[in-house]
Structures are given as C-alpha cells and as structure tokens.
Design a protein around this ligand. Structure first.
Ligand SMILES: *[C@@H]1O[C@H](CO)[C@@H](O)[C@H](O)[C@H]1NC(C)=O
Ligand SMILES: *[C@@H]1O[C@H](CO)[C@@H](O)[C@H](O)[C@H]1NC(C)=O
Ligand SMILES: *[C@@H]1O[C@H](CO)[C@@H](O)[C@H](O)[C@H]1NC(C)=O
Ligand SMILES: *[C@@H]1O[C@H](CO)[C@@H](O)[C@H](O)[C@H]1NC(C)=O
Length: 967
C-alpha cells in the first residue's frame, strides 16, 4: 500500500468528518494493515533490526511491511527480500548480525555510506544466495570474516576503501564463481593466501578477472603458486604494499592480462623474461621497487601504452632497442635507471607519445626531437642527465622540455626556456557551461546546461589509464559522454560535469564527478542509490583507454534537506503494539507527509520565479540595436500562431519552443518563444537580434523580427520548411539525402559561414555550427541559424577575441577550448565535424565514440573510399559512385586539424566543395530548384510532414514512415 494513496484516502475521509466517518476510517486503516502485510515476518523483523541500528534510513521506511510498502532500496520476490541497495544515502551506524535471516538475499550494496562502521558480522556467511556484496567506500573495520568464503554464489565482492585489518581470508579461494575481487585501499596485512592440499587459496579463483589488492600493507612474497595458465585475470593490481621477493615467472602464464601494477612495493631480483609473452598488457607499472638484473626487454609487449619502471636498481644499460618500436606507447616513465647513450629521435615521432619522464639517467649527446614529433607530446622531462645540445625539430616543438641539471644548462645557458622548471601544474579541466551562467542559491550548483540543482557528487579514480597527457580535452568529452549515456539509462540525468583531474599519491588519475538531475532540482532517494549502484557495481564501463576504476561517492544529503528524521516515526510504529496504536501512527505520519510535500512544492515554485524574473530584468536593461528587424507585440504573435497551439508547435529546445505562424501579409514565419526561466538569457536574445539584423545572405536564416513584450522574449524568423539538417540525416524528416544533395547542403552551409567570416563587417564567428543549426528550405538550400552564441571579432586587428568557451560538445574546437582565443578557425573546426556528420549521419560524440578520432583511425588512403564504408550512412547511396568522395574526406580532415593555422579559411572550403561537386557531376552554381534536386521519387502519401506540406519526401530510401508522425 502506497503512502501517497493512503494520504489521499485520509484527506478524503477527513472531509466527510462526522462520527460515522471516524469509524469508517478506522476500519479502513485496519484493513490496510491486515491486507498489506505482504512481507515474510522473518524478513520484516530482520530489516527492522538493520534499520534500528541506522540513522538516515529512507523516508518511507515506516511500519513493518517493507515489501508491501515498497521500502526504498528493498526489492522482494514472493514476500522475500532479495536485494538491499542503499548506496550514498548517508546511512550512519553498524551492520546488524540479524542480516543472516535474509537468506534469500542476492544483492547487498551499502556503498558510499561513510557513516557505516564497525565490523562485518560473521553471520553474513549464511546468505547463501548472495551474488553481489558491495561495501566500497564505507568505514567498516576489523577482520574480514572467514565465513565470507561460504557465499558460494558470490560473483562480485567489493570491500575496497574501508578500514579492514587482518589478512585476506584463505576461504575467499572457495568463491569459485567470483569475477570481481576488490579489497584495495584498506589496512590489510599478512601474505596473499594460496592453496595447499587441505586449505584453499586465491590460486583457485580461475574465473576471476580482477585481483585488486593495492594500497594495503600486504607482505611476504607474491607466491609462485598464485598464477597459472588457467587464469582469466585481466587486472592484477598489487601496488602500494610491502610485497617482497621476486616477481614469479608464473605471472608470464596469465595470457589475458591487460593491466599489471606492482609499483611501490619492495620487490627485488630480476624481472622474469617471459613477461614478454604477455602481449595484451597495455599498462605496466613496476616503479619504486628494488628490481635488479638487466633492464627488462619489452619488445614483445606490443600492446603497451603506459610503462613505468622508474626507481629500481637495474644494471646500467644502453638505450634499449624496444625504446622506439612499441607502436601504442603514450607514456614512458624511466627515471633513475642508469640508462646511457643518445636518445633516438624516433622515440618522439610516435604518434601516440604524450609524456617521456627520463630524469636521472645518463642520456648524453644531443636531444633531437626530430621534425615529425608526435602532436600529442606534452612533456619531455630529462632533468639530471648528460645532454649537451638540443635540436628542436623544425623549431616548432615548444611544449614542456625540462633539461635542468644537464651540461647544456650548466654552461651558462641557465636562461634558456628549458633550463627552468616552469610550473608543471596539471592542466585544469572543468566541463564548460553551454550558456550564459546564472547565479544559483548558495547550496546548489550550476549544471553544464545551466540549471541550478543539487548534483550527485563523488570522485572517479582511474587506477591505470592508458594515457598521461591530461591537457587533451577530447578525453574528458569522451568520458562525459560515456557517463551520461550510461547513467541516463536508469536515472533522469540532465548532464554530468567533470572537474579537477589530478594524479593522486597512489598514482591514480582522480577526477571529480557531478551528476545533475533532469527536470527537477534534486534526485530522489531511488535515483541516488541507483546512481551509486551503477558506479559501485561497475555497471558503468568507461571507454577502454581509462582502464580499471573505482568510484567514491559523497553522501547525497539533499534528499534529507526537507525531511525531518523519519526514525522516530518508524519507532512509534514498531512500539505500537495494538492495531489502534498503529492506526494512529499511520494517521500522524500521513499528516507529516502531507505537510512535507506542500512545503517542498512551495519552495520549488519560489525558485523558478526568481530565475524568470532575473532573466527579464537583465534583458530589459539593454535595448538591442535594431536595423531592419521589426518589433512585434505579444498579442500579434499569439494570434499568428493560433494562440501558440500544439498544432503549430514545430520543435523545441533548451530555450523553449518553436511555433509556425502566418503573419497578416501571409508570410510564413517560425516563432521561437523563450521559456519562462529559460537558459537562453537576455544576452543571447540581444546578440541574435543585433547580428541577424545586420547580415543578409541566402544561406543565413532571415530574422523577420522579435518581441520583447509582457515579459516574453520571442524571435521571429523566415519559415524554413524542411527543418534541420539533423532531422534529414536521421531520416526523421522523410527527405532522403543522397551524395549529391549532401554536397549541395555542405556548400550552402559553407557559403553562409564564409559570408559571416569574410564579408560581414565586423567579421562574425558563429560559435555553434552543428547539424541542428543548419535548416533546409524546400529546395534543400542550407540556411545557417541560431546566432545566440555568435561573436563579432572587433576591429583591433588581433584576429581573435579572448572569451569564455561556449559551443556544443563534439563540435567544439579543442584549441579554442584550451586557449579561450576565438577565431573564425573555430567555426572551421566545427564545420569539419559537420562535414563528417553529413557523410556518417552519426552524432559526433556518442557513447565514447568521437567521430573525428574514429575516422582518423579507420581511414586508409590506399583503399576504395579510404576504407570508410562501415562509417558511412547507407542512405548516401553506397554502391553508386560517390564522385569526389576522397577529396571531401581530405577537406574534412583539414578542417579538424589540431592547430587552427593548419585549417583552411571558409572561402577556401567553399572553393574546394565546388571542385568536389564538379567531380560528382553537379554544377555548383546552378540554382538548386532547377538542378534535378527537387522532389525525386516523391510519392503521394497520406503522411504528414512535421513542417507542413511543402517539402519533398522520399520514403523509398529506407526510413519507415512511422517515424514521420507529427509531434
Ligand atoms: C614465453 O617466453 C619464454 C621466454 O621468454 C619462451 O621461451 C616461451 O616459449 C614463451 N612461451 C610461450 C607460450 O609463448
Ligand atoms: C655517450 O655515452 C656513451 C656511453 O657511455 C659513450 O660511449 C658515448 O661516447 C657518449 N657520447 C657522447 C656524445 O658523449
Ligand atoms: C586527444 O585524445 C584523442 C582521444 O584519445 C586522440 O584521438 C587525439 O589524438 C588526442 N589529441 C592530441 C592532441 O593528443
Ligand atoms: C552487477 O555486476 C555484475 C557483475 O559485473 C553483473 O553481472 C550484474 O549484471 C550487475 N547488476 C546490474 C543490475 O547491473
């Protein structure tokens, strides 16, 4: 029985308040109690026992029927409790031994409740059906009970980041189904247990893929018996312990191994040569040990991205031959290793190389960066070597080279740039805001989409990423995208924000995560534990370049901001022995609940009002510069859109809705109506009016006027019947875009942009070029729209303006992002991304896949269509001749060059597209209306085009008509 429903019944009953009704009410309540006792009494008692030791239990944990009342965090099957998931809810207290009664339990997740402490009761071993046991990020202490080895069905065991002491119980070796074993970041001591005849050990865990034991005080040797060729381990993380002795040869038998961290122990002896057999290892960390013998030969480990062998006692060695042969190497850390000789310049020409930390060796002669050094290179640290000369390849490489402590700096050259230690601080990153920032109440935060809300917050720790260059914005964008799409599957998420990446003392890459709620200002309790579980159970899998991770959530207190402690209510109920007492308690909690809900509603209303009025005062303070744009009254626009009727609604976005309208003179218009409290602040409204009333070009959308009346802000445009390019690419609009049509759309958009950059005075940078901002008219002429973020480049001849970074992820120019210097070339980058979107019909950034990277990786110039068939949108007409396709790809790639200087100007882009069109057999200057482009293959169809009847449709291309329903 739902409490809300009960509320309603009580309210309704109270309205009929006469003595007869009171009797009726009591009878009703008794019925409710009797009927709803759905939970097995033993489970109900056990949960109440757990709850009695906890503070901050979820607000509906009241009464004695957890299953019947849908207690937050509890799921049941057939009256039995099968899962308890209470991540991040701020629970305080200890874990009751009565948990043993819940013997149907399959999942227990108490992660990220820092207030949970004390020991794990041995009785937990009775939960014979348990599959997931997740206690990461609490404050549990004491020994891990050996009874944990009785949980025969356990698949996922995560005890990391607590304060457990004692040793790893050998009985864990009995958990033959175990897939994930994480005990890292505790205070565990003793040795790693292995089996011997009559006792079990971890070597028996042949199904397990993860041994995560780092950051403990484990001692003894790594037993040779621990590894064998049946094992499926992919991550072996033993770093930051006190392990001694040599690395066992048996490790070389674990063929699936991908990540090996043995760093910061006291390991000695030579590295076994068969480590070279581990051809899947991408990250190898052996640093800070006492390893001896020859510097290991890694030439067989071709998957290596990250190698750190610093601070060991290897024999003096010449520059090893594998130095410049590992094709995926991003990070080479070899500090204090007695390596001598000249550094091969080939090392720096690896495309992926980002960081070379080679301090404290005996590299000598000339440091030659070569001419084709890696564009990803961020740092070469060669402090304290014997280098006496430097040759900077092509004069171009000007990022971090540190040569302090080399002869070249000691010979009076101390004022050379690379003879100083510049502040090597980690490049800051913070997810940009896609709008004009607005002020938030002090306890809320601003989301990247500019909503004030309470974010769910925590820190992601990547234990062994494949990269070290933290200045590459793309990496964060990929992660944001992957996180958002994973979380959004289960929780209404507006956006995620990443901040403050840094390498922590345990050599993890830590990044702060904030997850913002969609549509409301805070997550509810269910959202919160669901978010926690997605991260604690590793349901979220980051793109592989990030490697293994763990997450530590902060308790989400906003669920309790308006909820007074529910504990006393619950106890009232438990104590109340008679049905009457319980009924009274129900009545009381009912009232409390109603009052609580009312208060909450009022608060939310108050907030949205304040934002709305802020937007209004701001915009009315500055009247936009008007030339040519007409001012409409609210009344006029209301009339012409049929009172903003649903039938006229042709689209919406974060700013509000777009309506079709007909002006008095019969002209069709699109009216963009900002939502009350919209994120598109007054500033953008003014920008768009000012800019659009100055520019006129057939490839730019025309502004017919605006309305700033009765607290409403609206922009009135010419009506562009075929909607956005995005809709056509996704098949939604019913227009099939073959190769020639796509070229024509690209040309139109390019001409519009070239006009803005080169003919408008002053030049204008659009800043938000993307497929949803390119509109198509009924002859498929492209029209660039949405100038809300556009920026004039003043005439102070710098050629750039320094400005806060805005734009849309996936299209955003990384150079602009990093330097904050905006030039026309930032639009060229976005346009390049658009060119790629036009041929692939894929979102540029989706589920960790970034179109630019994907294309670069897949492209093979020796193959037909550069080998890109798989990436292309089949509707482009695969199988027909795509004349000029390769030149088109070349052009797109030039537009997305890393460095803006290498990108072409828009006028050059226009010329090149015109050339390509000739190759495709179209006359670029023919009017598109006459050029065989109008309605090919159009069929009479009863279907309704969302933007009216003017468009040309072709459903034969593939997209099922059902998607064409009007909104
Ligand atoms: C592994 O490496 C050793 C020594 O490096 C070599 O003799 C052996 O053949 C390799 N084994 C396999 C299965 O590749
Ligand atoms: C660099 O060191 C190596 C090995 O110590 C030596 O043979 C070589 O002559 C040195 N080269 C220079 C240019 O000093
Ligand atoms: C940034 O990272 C992406 C994704 O890993 C990669 O493709 C790109 O080459 C990197 N860019 C630079 C300049 O390192
Ligand atoms: C939790 O993790 C396990 C092991 O990875 C997986 O099998 C299971 O599906 C996950 N559960 C959920 C609900 O995601």
């Amino acid at each position: 029985m739902d409490l809300l429903l009960l509320d309603k019944r009580i309210n309704w009953s109270l309205r009929l308040m006469n003595p007869g009704c009171w009797v009726f009410l009591l009878v009703l309540l008794i019925q409710v109690l009797v009927i709803s006792a759905e939970t097995d009494p033993q489970d109900a008692a056990a949960l109440n026992s757990l709850a009695s030791l906890w503070e901050n239990t979820p607000s509906n944990w009241i009464g004695s029927d957890p299953c019947g009342n849908n207690w937050v965090g509890i799921s049941c099957t057939n009256s039995r409790v099968i899962s308890i998931t209470l991540s991040s809810l701020g629970l305080i207290g200890t874990l009751s031994g009565d948990i043993q009664s819940l013997n149907e339990l399959q999942a227990l997740d108490l992660s990220y409740n820092k207030g949970l402490n004390g020991g794990i009761p041995a009785s937990i071993g009775s939960l014979s059906k348990l599959v997931n046991l997740i206690l990461v990020g609490c404050s549990f202490s004491g020994k891990i009970p050996p009874e944990i080895g009785n949980l025969a069905r356990l698949v996922f065991l995560s005890l990391n980041s607590n304060s457990f002491t004692g040793s790893i119980p050998e009985t864990v070796g009995n958990l033959s189904k175990l897939y994930w074993l994480d005990m890292a970041d505790n205070k565990l001591t003793g040795t790693i247990p292995v089996s011997d005849g009559n006792k079990p050990g971890l070597d028996l865990l042949t199904h397990c893929k993860h041994f995560h034991f780092g950051v403990n005080q484990l001692s003894g040797t790594i037993p040779s018996k621990l590894f064998n060729s049946d094992m499926r381990l992919i991550h072996v993380l033993f770093d930051n312990n006190n392990l001694m002795g040599s690395i066992p040869r048996t490790l070389g038998l674990v063929k699936p191994l991908e990540v090996l961290r043995l760093d910061s122990n006291s390991l000695s002896g030579p590295v076994p040569s068969n480590i070279n057999n581990l051809t899947k290892v991408a990250e190898l960390h052996l640093a800070n040990n006492r390893l001896t013998g020859p510097l290991p030969n890694l030439s067989g480990m071709t998957a290596l991205s990250f190698v750190d062998m610093s601070n060991n006692s290897f024999d003096a060695s010449d520059v090893p031959p594998w130095f410049s042969t590992l094709p995926s190497l991003t990070s080479l850390y070899l500090e204090y290793l007695k390596i001598e000789g000249q550094l091969p310049s080939a090392l720096f020409s690896f495309p992926p190389l980002q960081t070379a930390k080679l301090r404290g060796n005996q590299f000598n002669g000339t440091l030659d960066i070569g001419t084709d050094y890696s564009s990803s290179l961020e740092l070469i640290d060669l402090r304290d070597n014997d280098i006496s000369q430097i040759t900077l390849g092509g004069g171009g490489f000007d990022k971090g080279i540190i040569l302090v402590g080399n002869p070249i700096c000691n010979q009076g050259g101390t004022d050379l740039r690379y003879c100083k230690i510049s502040q090597q601080s980690t490049p800051a990153y913070s997810t940009p805001q896609n709008c004009v920032p607005i002020p938030c109440p002090s306890d809320e935060n601003l989301s990247p989409n500019c909503h004030c809300a309470y974010p769910y917050t925590g820190t992601l720790y990547f234990r062994s990423p494949s990269f070290s260059g933290l200045g590459n914005v793309t990496i964060y964008q990929i992660l944001e995208d992957a996180l958002k799409s994973s979380l959004l599957k289960q929780v209404p998420v507006d956006s995620v924000s990443l901040q403050n990446p840094f390498v922590d003392p345990d050599n993890n890459l830590a990044i702060t995560l904030q997850v913002f709620p969609g549509a409301k200002d805070r997550f509810n309790e269910i959202d919160v534990y669901t978010l926690g579980f997605i991260l604690s159970n590793q349901t979220f899998k980051p793109p592989s370049l990030f490697g293994p991770y763990y997450f530590i959530g902060e308790g989400y207190s906003a669920v309790r901001v308006m909820a007074p402690s529910s504990k006393s209510n619950r106890q009232n109920v438990i104590i109340g022995a008679s049905v009457g007492g319980a009924a009274l308690a129900f009545l009381l909690t009912g009232f409390v609940f109603v009052i609580r809900r009312r208060r909450k509603t009022r608060k939310v209303e108050g907030k949205s009002q304040s934002i709305a009025s802020w937007g209004r005062t701001k915009s009315s303070s500055s009247v936009p510069l008007l030339k040519g744009a007409r001012s409409f009254t609210f009344e006029e626009l209301r009339k012409c859109t049929n009172n903003f009727s649903e039938a006229n609604d042709i689209g919406n976005g974060s700013y509000g809705k777009v309506y079709r309208g007909i002006l008095g003179d019969g002209q069709l218009v699109a009216v963009k109506r900002a939502q009350q409290g919209s994120t598109q602040g007054g500033l953008e409204f003014n920008t768009e009016i000012e800019l659009l009333s100055r520019v006129h070009h057939k490839n730019l959308v025309t502004l017919a006027g605006f309305c700033n009346d009765q607290g409403e802000q609206m922009l009135v445009y010419e009506y562009v019947p075929n909607g956005t390019l995005k809709e056509s690419l996704s098949g939604k609009s019913g227009i099939r875009l073959d190769w020639k049509r796509r070229l024509r759309v690209a040309l139109g958009a390019a001409r519009g942009l070239a006009y803005l950059h080169e003919l408008a005075d002053p030049p204008i940078v659009h800043r938000d070029i993307k497929s949803t901002n390119i509109l198509l008219d009924d002859h498929l002429n492209a029209k660039v729209s949405d100038f809300g973020l556009s920026k004039p480049l003043g005439d102070d001849a710098k050629g750039y303006v320094t400005t806060q970074v805005k734009g849309t992820m996936g299209y955003l120019d990384p150079e602009y992002y990093m330097t904050q210097q905006l030039t026309e070339k930032s639009d060229v980058y976005s346009f390049g991304v658009l060119l790629l979107e036009i041929i692939t019909a894929k979102k540029p950034l989706e589920r960790g896949r970034y179109i630019v990277r994907e294309l670069r990786v897949m492209m093979d110039k020796r193959k037909d269509l550069y080998g890109l068939h798989e990436l292309l949108d089949p509707a482009i007409g695969l199988g027909t001749t795509l004349g000029g396709f390769e030149k088109y790809v070349d052009l797109a790639i030039k537009c997305v060059e890393e460095s803006s200087n290498d990108r072409p100007a828009m006028s050059e882009v226009v010329k090149e597209i015109e050339n390509i069109m000739q190759l495709a057999g179209i006359n670029p200057n023919a009017d598109s209306a006459s050029a065989s482009l109008s309605c090919i293959g159009s069929r009479s169809s009863p279907l309704h085009h969302p933007y009216g009847n003017e468009g040309c449709f072709d459903y034969s291309g593939g997209q099922p008509p059902s998607e064409l329903e009007p909104k």
